[in-house]
Ligand binder design. Sequence first.
Ligand code: SF4
Length: 347
Amino acid sequence: MNMDPENIVSSAENLRLYYILPKNIYVKAVDGVSINIPRGGFLGLVGESGSGKTTLAEGILNLVEPPMIKISGRIYYYMRTIDKSTKTPIIKKLDLEQIPRRDLERLRGRELSIIPQYAMDALNPTMKIGSFIRDIAVHHEKEVSEIQSIALERFKMLGLPDDILNRYPHELSGGMRQRTVVGISTLLNPRFLVADEPVSNLDVVQQHIVIDFLVELVEKRLVETLLMVTHDLPLIIEKARYLLIMYGGHIVETGSKEEIWSEPLHPYTKMFLESIPPVGVRIEEKRIRGIPGNPPDLRFPPPGCRFHPRCPFAMDICRREEPPEIEIKPGRKVKCWLFVERKELKR
Ligand code: SF4
């Protein structure tokens, strides 16, 4: 996979995002993550609950608000734009913390957008959906009628009723509110859309409506890159082209869907894939049985490799030292001592 800057949409360098608890205890939700997220298509950020996925998803969009704090790291967005002097297309690498707040606000919605987890609670209860849409149009200096018409089209694709603009959030079911937020998050055709567990509270039929909706936006290039955050790999395995596997606050493996599906490298990924049940078996039950032990407590993560208490291949060094990230080839990485040269292990 070509990981030149023009083929990357977002990157993070040594990103550490913690939550502060009373008595100065830190939850190390994202702990030293360096990633390049490839540009274009449907991507998946996958891991068990509590692995730090949501924190990372918010972090790469620079949505860092207390109690989350950034301990270290840089966050970049690679924006397509036109060079003013040469009038040719270029990719501009933006440090999302360094650009002025006003410019960042302008990027939100048009370039960067997120479908938040618990989307059904994201609407202002005192505003009709139509008023919300109008505010978005005004804020982004768009024609209200144009945005309203896109909204109605998107809501129709999501199976929502025609009169939705005249309804308050409390007049919608939970599933309808969630689909409404999915539609609103895509109104300005963001180039990079992060969808954080966007179907977790929906029934199976509604899940497919939302996934098909997002896939259609990507296929029509209305959204250039979609990063879907999920604990439910089977839900996205057919659609995704690239996967990032997260465990215990670290990215432990990346690669194309085909590479990870046919030849998973990290022991966690292998066990995660083996725990996926056949169709018709409840995933959560099977997964808990499939991987012995529990995910690490990110307040007090184990030393060394965070998977070592559950890993059948754990070695002494795994219990002592954090494994390095090994690049197998561009875009294909694994964070595991098994892939380090034997001479390194003899240190
Ligand atoms: Fe298992 Fe060691 Fe690899 Fe961690 S580093 S996954 S404990 S073999």
